[in-house]
Design a protein around this ligand. Structure first.
Ligand SMILES: [Zn+2]
Length: 240
């Protein structure tokens, strides 16, 4: 089968070979071997390094997949120079591996991570903004969209500040229930923008520094409460 894919995990298996995890455009997450990847000058090896986005020729053989051909389209070279960015990219990869289904058309997930990596590399958006958009978007795509339209009790749409319950994804106005994270209205509007607007526009908004910190806190806590697991790469990102 032929498809495009982003390498999200790379593991050495013996002297010359490696195994990779690929977020493909057409077949979801695919785990495959690359034989001879570590031979000097191996083009397939270079095009299947971590965070390479490549055209792939994949063969199925006795229940495993083998990448026979790979041609790089984008290798995100500049990500590798910055420890913060590469750590965040690895977290995006781990979160994708957790949420993206196997064996389905997953082009939207692939676009989300490619756009996120591109924005990280180009430094056109704040890192916190990219991280929050990635978390809330991938959760929404995976069936965990927060219930962000109105106060879950009285239906109020707007208030000076609102409460976001990270365990249910529900919001409450200032009068109904004072539990959850208290955030300014601008943060609720940003979450609405991220999960409800056109996928091409999700990164296009601005927030003050303090609101961006509140959004970042909300997105990460909602992710952790929803998926109920830890992410090694996220813990590492926070140690930097
Ligand atoms: Zn209310």
């Amino acid at each position: 089968m032929n498809t495009d894919g982003l390498i999200i995990r790379e593991k050495s298996t013996g002297e010359q070979n490696k195994s990779v995890t690929v977020l493909t455009r057409d077949y979801g997450i695919v785990r495959a071997y690359v034989y001879g990847a570590k031979k000097i000058g191996s083009r397939t090896g270079a095009a299947t390094q971590l965070f390479a986005f490549s055209e792939l020729g994949i063969k199925e053989s006795r229940g495993s997949y083998i990448i026979e051909a790979a041609k790089p389209k984008e290798v995100f070279f500049n990500l590798r120079k910055d420890i913060n960015k590469i750590a965040l990219a690895q977290y995006f990869a781990e979160l994708s591996e957790c949420i993206v289904p196997e064996g389905e058309n997953t082009e939207d997930y692939l676009k989300l991570i490619l756009n996120s990596l591109m924005l990280l590399m180009e430094e056109k958006r704040d890192e916190k903004l990219i991280k929050s958009v990635f978390e809330l978007s991938i959760l929404s795509m995976g069936g965990y969209m927060p219930n962000i339209v109105a106060c879950d009790e009285c239906g109020k749409y707007e208030d000076e500040f609102m409460f976001f319950d990270t365990s249910s994804g529900n919001i409450f106005c200032s009068e109904c229930k004072a539990y959850g994270l208290k955030v300014p209205m601008s943060v609720i509007s940003a979450v609405r923008h991220i999960v409800l607007s056109d996928r091409q526009k999700i990164f296009n908004f601005n927030l003050s520094e303090s609101s961006l910190s509140a959004l970042s806190d909300l997105a990460e806590k909602y992710m952790l409460a929803t998926l109920q697991r830890k992410f090694k790469t996220l813990d590492f990102y926070h140690t930097i």
